[in-house]
Write a protein that binds this ligand. Structure first.
Ligand SMILES: [Zn+2]
Length: 248
């Protein structure tokens, strides 16, 4: 493919990603409250006025409204443009990694759902099963479906057993059911041995935040998701690392 064509397409993928990010904001805001994600249309959370279409343009609306509601001038959280921007970048990274393959939307869907889980976990220290299963469902749609399914089962089953074992040792519940489903998604996306690298990497990423917040604890899903993305994008390098560690 010609290089400038790749760039133009990357821009298109970015814009598309920000639109999905805009929808993600609705999901993050409404799903934990048990509200519909389709109806009603977006409103200002402060004055409840329905937004105009030009208040809903990803990133730009927030910028030209200077982060304030057009009607009541109350502050709009910078979380909105941030989620839109990150989703756009996420889509571009996955597009550059995979190219235009038929399963790109499904991989992007899986990571988008994981991103929603991350945001909800940060806000509520809990993750909704519905979005968790959507991530897993998307992650399984691959050319190597049977492999992905087996890897998902092994990863989820493995983590479940580790959870049982550590609950037995610590005499309290060490791992939630949500983590087991996330592990399934990771297994489907990464396969083995990269799943182990991601688990190991997430523990490293979580180490300092956990030490800083020893009292309250930190949500673990964000670190699992971050590690999954890193290992997914650098899978061949991760493979080399494993070979190096095993064979020297
Ligand atoms: Zn308002």
């Amino acid at each position: 493919m010609q290089e400038d064509f790749i760039l133009e397409l990357a821009l298109f993928v970015f814009v598309f990603g920000t639109l999905i990010g805009s929808f993600l904001n609705v999901v993050i805001y409404r799903v934990p409250k048990g509200e519909s994600i389709v109806f009603p249309s977006s409103k200002c959370q402060s004055c409840q006025t329905s937004l105009k279409w030009w208040h809903n343009i990803p990133i730009f609306s927030w910028l030209f409204l200077r982060g304030k509601c057009y009607f009541c001038h109350d502050t709009i959280s910078p979380q909105y443009p941030t989620v839109e921007f990150i989703t756009g970048i996420l889509f571009v990274l996955l597009y550059l990694k995979l190219g235009l393959v038929w399963y790109l939307p499904f991989v992007a869907g899986a990571f988008t759902a994981l991103f929603a889980l991350v945001m909800i976990d940060f806000k509520y220290m809990a993750v909704p099963d519905s979005i968790n299963f959507i991530a897993l469902g998307f992650a399984l749609v691959q050319p190597t479906f049977v492999d992905a399914l087996l890897c998902a089962l092994m990863a989820a089953g493995g983590l479940y057993l580790v959870g049982l074992f550590s609950s037995f040792i610590a005499k309290k519940e060490a791992m939630g059911g949500a983590d087991v489903i996330v592990a399934g998604t990771m297994g489907a996306l990464l396969g083995f041995p990269n799943f182990f690298i991601a688990i190991f990497l997430s523990a490293i990423l979580a180490m300092i935040p956990s030490l800083l917040n020893r009292e309250t604890g930190v949500p673990f899903v964000p670190f699992l998701a971050m590690a999954t993305l890193i290992v997914y994008l650098y899978d061949s390098q991760a493979g080399h690392l494993v070979e190096y560690l095993i064979y020297g």
